[in-house]
Design a protein around this ligand. Sequence first.
Ligand code: NCD
Length: 327
Amino acid sequence: MESDIQGRAETQQLDAHGRLRHLLTLDGLPHDLIVRLLDRAEELRSASRGGTRPLDLLAGRTVINLFFEPSTRTRTSFDLAAKRLGAQVINFDIAISSTTKGESLLDTVHTLEAMHCDAFVVRHKESGTPAYIAQHLRSPAAVLNAGDGNHAHPTQGLLDALTLRRHVRDFSALRVAICGDIRHSRVARSDVHALRALGVRDIRLCAPAQLLPEPVEFANCRVFDDFDAALENANVAIMLRLQKERIETAAIPSQAEYFQRYGLSSQRLQRAAPDCLVMHPGPMNRGVEISGEVADGPQSLILEQVSNGVFVRMAVLAQLLADSGAR
Ligand code: NCD
């Protein structure tokens, strides 16, 4: 991941008064802003009675979901979040759009802007695409990063933080192990920033050597290639999928071998602290990075993460659109 992509995203997302203009990355975002977004997610959970009562905070606003990569959770929850706040939502279908006729990304964006929209929710395989779009907009629309390459997935970081906040009292004493394909994971990157904002000090990253990131990228995290060592006494285990679509070399172990060394089984979970919380951003590959028994077991927060995703996305949309006056 190139540092200029990160730098551009960081500087673009806040306006001259330090207000959120776009949400491109959690890196460099003031910690109190992160905490305020989490508080707002809880307020919206109550105000919407868990999502059962429609709100009108974004009545008259239009949100366009622009997903250039597959998505189940992120896209559906952005869609629901915007609708539950009263916005109109267009789920732009790339497969039947003029991008298949060779229309460029920016021509597509400018075309959609010409019909007026208040926000673009963007997922793309290239790191930096949401920042690139934000830089070239011709209208005051906001850009929300829904995952770009291996760079960032800020709303996933926020929803993981929101989920943990409901279960953890003292973040400074927490030991968190993040295990899997760290090198290609935008979730790992955004989770580390969100965990730091909550005050977590002990973050352990674990992956086979070829799936570890460059050491400079995760200063202050301990890096392991032995999962048993990383899991020792951990209070939280965040498991990640092998992102085969981003892995260029074939030098990864077979699925069975991977599970043997890096899979979270019930037996292995016993190495962690009692009641260690288990998380996974999805999509899961059962029997590869996590056993079905652990995924469905009493320590798993996986479906809570999904539920919380809607409230976090409501909070971010409200922050960007409801408070900004007419865009
Ligand atoms: C992740 C993503 O797309 O980055 N999923 C998600 O958004 N919940 C992780 C993955 O694809 O493995």
